[in-house]
Design a protein around this ligand. Structure first.
Ligand SMILES: CC(C)(COP(=O)(O)OP(=O)(O)OC[C@H]1O[C@@H](n2cnc3c(N)ncnc32)[C@H](O)[C@@H]1OP(=O)(O)O)[C@@H](O)C(=O)NCCC(=O)NCCS
Length: 180
């Protein structure tokens, strides 16, 4: 059983105290409420709302089984979002990163960048990953910027990968490699 620093304060120059911790089943309702907002799930590859029961099943099958490591992050002790590592591959040492801020008042304040930088430290220093990658819609300008700010670079573009309302959208693959 791997252990991680479960709770930590992210050092930063924002006027807020940003912390993170591992999610638990007690966060289920909050997570479902956040991720069922249209401006959140529209950016997911799987663009749909979920029920509380679906989330609980997913949590039991993935988080409790250690297929996904999921964290809640907070600003001044208010929970505001989720980041996670999935597709954990301890042989090739890579994983897929996801993040969303569920509380919209906290968008565009540098928190996504800050949390992502901290997440990379967890992935490299604690999970011993060599590479962290992600998928993002090319239209999601703010997310791409936050990822670039955090050190991600573009690996390639999956052209016209997703079909929504009679239109195809590109997905950008981004990654960071731990050079040490
Ligand atoms: C993606 C997300 C985590 C980024 O977090 P954030 O705290 O809002 O991002 P940051 O403030 O750190 O950085 C975003 C940057 O993009 C800029 N930006 C945001 N929206 C923009 C837009 N529509 N066009 C241009 N720039 C934009 C911000 O001004 C900021 O720029 P700066 O670094 O020069 O200040 C957050 O916006 C979010 O949860 N979005 C909804 C869910 C989502 O898209 N998740 C990612 C799926 S891949």
């Amino acid at each position: 059983m791997k252990t991680y620093n479960l709770e930590s304060t992210i050092s930063h120059n924002l006027q807020r105290n940003i912390t993170y911790r591992k999610s638990t089943i007690a966060d289920a309702e909050q997570i479902v409420k956040w991720r069922n907002q249209e401006n959140i799930y529209k950016w997911f590859i799987n663009r749909r709302t979920i029920t509380l029961q679906e989330h609980i099943n997913w949590f039991n099958n993935n988080v409790l089984n250690e297929k996904v490591i999921q964290f809640i992050f907070s600003a001044d002790e208010k929970d505001i979002g989720v980041f996670s590592f999935g597709e954990l591959n301890y042989i090739d040492k890579n994983c897929e990163y996801e993040i969303y801020i569920g509380e919209q008042d906290f968008f565009g304040k540098g928190i996504g960048t800050l949390v992502t930088k901290s997440a990379l430290k967890i992935a490299f220093n604690e999970l011993n990953m060599h590479k962290v990658y992600l998928r993002v819609y090319s239209e999601n300008i703010g997310a791409v910027k936050a990822y670039r700010n955090s050190g991600f670079t573009v690996e390639g573009v999956l052209k016209e990968q997703v079909f929504i309302n009679n239109k195809y959208f590109d997905i950008i693959m981004m990654s960071v490699i731990n050079e040490v």
